[in-house]
Design a protein around this ligand. Structure first.
Ligand code: BTN
Length: 291
């Protein structure tokens, strides 16, 4: 099987996308779950605000985050979008694997260059992707929630995850890659520690992935603007899962138990730990487990 790599530039004036350099690359034969993403529909909806001025679309790719980082290092502008129909080496947080079979979900990465943000706000970029996904899913009548730091839940099961990776030159931020993965149609691969679901499993009807992707971009663009103008907090608390409930929080070194209170402006979580001491855990390598 051969597949095409489209590199598409969307001019800001919406004059229509221009294919810059189609290249060919080989891809092994794999099982396809649904139809391939319709590139024409994506192109017709782009750009969305600041996002998707340039689109790099791949029927099959290792990881969209890895490709977006390569493009960012080569000077790709803010808002560059990488989309893959299938990922063969998709990555999750803490070195975990993210499964993206062909035709089954959304796997996308954005190049962001938030030069006006301080380092603590940059840590909140993952949350922006989660809130963008949550807001887009809510537009279908579902009630998604945020499992801090940046997982997306539907009916208490994980439907999506975010991998935000910042790159610095000394103390100066070069770029952040915001990777978003959503299970749309496939029976998802459950994480060892947490149940998983898909959008269509939860909603009970098919959801065209192109329209969902464009909605995720539009909502992520709005949340990115809120982060930059300082208005993301406290609104992002409204979707927080386990508020007022007991959870265990761990970072691989140890575990503490407490009640979830809310979020901080820098996307940390506030918890009443072991009694009533209020502790803030900064966004990082933490994981929550409902009790
Ligand atoms: C997690 O839940 O641990 C985060 C999963 C992030 C998956 C997305 S899919 C698009 C982008 N490319 C990757 O390799 N990972 C992210």
């Amino acid at each position: 099987m051969r597949s095409i790599e489209w590199v598409v530039e969307i001019p800001p004036a919406r004059l229509g996308p221009r294919i810059v350099s189609p290249e060919w690359h080989a891809s092994g034969s794999r099982i396809r779950i649904g139809r391939v993403l319709r590139l024409e529909e994506l192109k017709a909806g782009l750009p969305v605000g600041k996002l998707g001025l340039e689109l790099h679309f791949y029927p099959s790719l290792g990881s969209t985050n890895d490709r977006a980082a390569e493009l960012a290092r080569a000077g790709a502008p803010e808002g560059t979008l990488v989309v893959a129909d299938e990922q063969t080496a998709g990555r999750g947080r803490s070195g975990r694997r993210w499964h993206s079979p062909a035709g089954s979900g959304l796997a996308l990465s954005l190049v962001l260059r938030p030069t006006t943000l301080g380092s603590r706000e940059i840590a909140a970029i993952g949350l922006i992707g989660a809130m963008g996904s949550i807001e887009a899913l809510a537009e279908y009548g579902m009630q998604p929630e945020l499992k801090w730091p940046n997982d997306v839940l539907l009916n208490g099961a994980k439907v999506g995850g975010i991998l935000a990776e910042a790159s610095w030159t000394g103390s100066e931020l070069d770029h952040v890659i915001l990777g978003i993965g959503l299970n749309v149609s496939a029976a998802p691969f459950p994480e060892v520690e947490f149940p998983a679901t898909s959008v269509e499993q939860s909603l009970g009807r098919p959801v065209p992935r192109e329209a969902l992707l464009l909605r995720v971009l539009a909502a992520t663009d709005r949340w990115y603007a809120r982060l930059i103008d300082g208005t993301a907090h406290p609104e992002w608390e409204t979707r927080l899962a386990y508020r007022g409930k007991r959870v265990a929080i761990s970072n691989g070194k140890g575990e503490r138990v407490g009640v979830v209170l809310g979020l901080t402006p820098q996307a940390g979580i506030r918890m009443a730990v072991e009694g009533d001491e209020q502790v803030v855990f900064e966004s990082g390598a933490y994981r929550l487990r409902p009790l």
